[in-house]
Write a protein that binds this ligand. Structure first.
Ligand code: HEM
Length: 425
């Protein structure tokens, strides 16, 4: 059985947090006290670096807390989070105004609620099936090998820049049937939306950078659709251009709003997961050796690391009515954060949750969400992750984080923004 007891980093951090929370907590342990956790900033880089101890602390001491930024409620218990995800009429995803991502309309299907959302999922789900995603596996594998050709003999790389950032983008281009030469353009557009503050454009406001990039994305897909007129192609864009709902073709705006979302939802999530996985395996050489010796463990390792690391830490919802959760009253209109990462290590849902076990039975993690908005691209993600993990470990089985360096993670989606690796050549 592959199991590695959780690193002492977690235990130390938990002890530290417990000391701090004793000083902070006004109410006895176990009493829901929204004020108690106000100093926990779940959107900070420190939290993203090692969130598991804080998850445990929130769940045990303050299962419904309030965000240090904006004051919105944060749900930490598995039961509450899954319940909320399954009540879209109370916990709505209609947040295109609150969470503007350079879009002119809501992204489909993420920013709309059932029953309208269900109509789209009905046609999209079969197209994103496991079987259909295997059709592009060879292309993704070739892209992974081509990328590794560029740095494997160097003995070092920044994992994100060299591999984890470009690979999901090449997969997206294969999926959509778009030219691989557009890789650089796509990475730039998506970064301008997700991290506008990191784009070097002096004097330009963040919202302006986002809006310009958003327009760039719409225009790119407009041109791609025009170039396809009259052709039928068996790729995702070709599918969207001919797909019908109740006998009606999707409109051009619907095609754009789905394509926009696929670009935003499918790149950083896979990049982040790869970074979390490789960081874990670099820090746990025994677990890594077991994977290298037995590739068959990789799918189980991917699921277990999705659970333990939960790269998409949190998903937002807006309340359509007042509601009481774990004894705490929440108000209509509040922006709620649902902590997927905390749910995934909740002892009420998982045996021995702090044990990282690549052969865990019934791993019903919520790293892909739950309920009607559960990740549309989970089969694509799993294929990309499997191919990447296989190719990486075949070529570079023994690696470590550059001595003296510490990986840095972004909050929200836990992407390793700095992950310098070294290996022998
Ligand atoms: C390991 C990688 C990934 C993770 C961890 C992940 C995680 C998630 C999560 C947590 C949600 C639920 C959001 C919510 O409830 O508000 C979601 C939704 C979604 N994901 Fe993923 N995702 C991944 C990869 C992908 C990929 C590769 C694609 C496609 C290109 C994709 C497309 C989508 C879409 C379209 C939705 C919205 C579904 C809806 O609202 O009906 N994801 N994902």
């Amino acid at each position: 059985m592959c199991s590695s007891r959780v690193v002492s980093k977690w235990e130390k951090a938990l002890a530290k947090l417990e000391d701090q929370s004793e000083e902070r907590t006004a109410e006895p342990v176990g009493t829901p006290d929204p004020v108690d956790a106000a100093s926990v900033n779940i959107f900070s880089a420190e939290f993203a670096a090692c969130p598991q101890p804080t998850y445990a602390n929130l769940r045990e001491k303050c299962p419904v807390s309030r965000s240090a930024i904006g004051g919105g409620p944060i749900l930490a218990k598995h039961e509450d989070v899954v319940w909320a995800l399954r009540q879209p009429e109370i916990f709505s995803s209609k947040m295109d105004m609150q969470l503007a991502m350079g879009t002119e309309r809501p992204m489909i299907p993420q920013q709309i609620d059932p029953p309208e959302q269900t109509r789209y999922r009905r046609i999209l789900d079969p197209r994103f099936s496991r079987k259909r995603m295997l059709e592009i596996e060879d292309d993704v594998r070739k892209s992974a090998r081509d990328l590794m050709d560029q740095f494997a003999s160097d003995g070092s790389c920044d994992f994100g820049e060299a591999f984890a950032i470009p690979l999901p983008c090449t997969a997206f281009l294969h999926l959509m049937g778009l030219p691989q030469e557009d890789l650089g353009l796509f990475l730039h557009l998506k970064d301008s939306i997700i991290r506008p503050q990191e784009q070097e454009q002096e004097g330009m406001a963040v919202q302006q950078i986002r809006a310009d990039a958003g327009r760039g994305i719409y225009e790119y897909f407009e041109r791609a659709i025009d170039a396809r007129a009259g052709q039928s192609k068996d790729d995702m864009l070709g599918f969207l251009m001919t797909a019908e709902i109740e006998g009606e073709r999707l409109t051009r705006e619907e095609i754009l709003d789905i394509s926009f979302l696929l670009l935003l939802a499918g790149l950083d999530t896979v990049t982040a997961t790869l970074g979390c996985n490789i960081t874990y395996l670099a820090e746990n050489p025994e677990a890594r050796r077991r994977l290298v010796e037995n590739e068959g463990l990789i799918p189980g390792a991917i699921e277990e690391l999705l659970r333990w690391e939960t790269p998409v830490m949190v998903v937002p919802r807006v309340l359509t009515q007042d509601v009481t959760v774990s004894g705490v009253d929440l108000r209509e209109g509040e922006l709620v954060s649902l902590l997927l990462g905390s749910s995934n290590i909740d002892p009420s849902a998982f045996d021995d949750p702090e044990l990282v076990d690549f052969e865990r039975d019934r791993n019903i993690h919520v790293a892909f969400g739950a309920g009607p908005h559960r990740c549309l691209g989970s089969h694509l993600a799993r294929m990309e992750l499997r191919v990447a993990m296989e190719e990486w470990h075949r070529r570079i089985p023994d690696y470590e984080i550059q001595p003296g360096e510490t990986p840095r993670f972004s909050p929200g989606i836990r992407e390793a923004r700095y992950l310098p690796l070294v290996w022998s050549v």
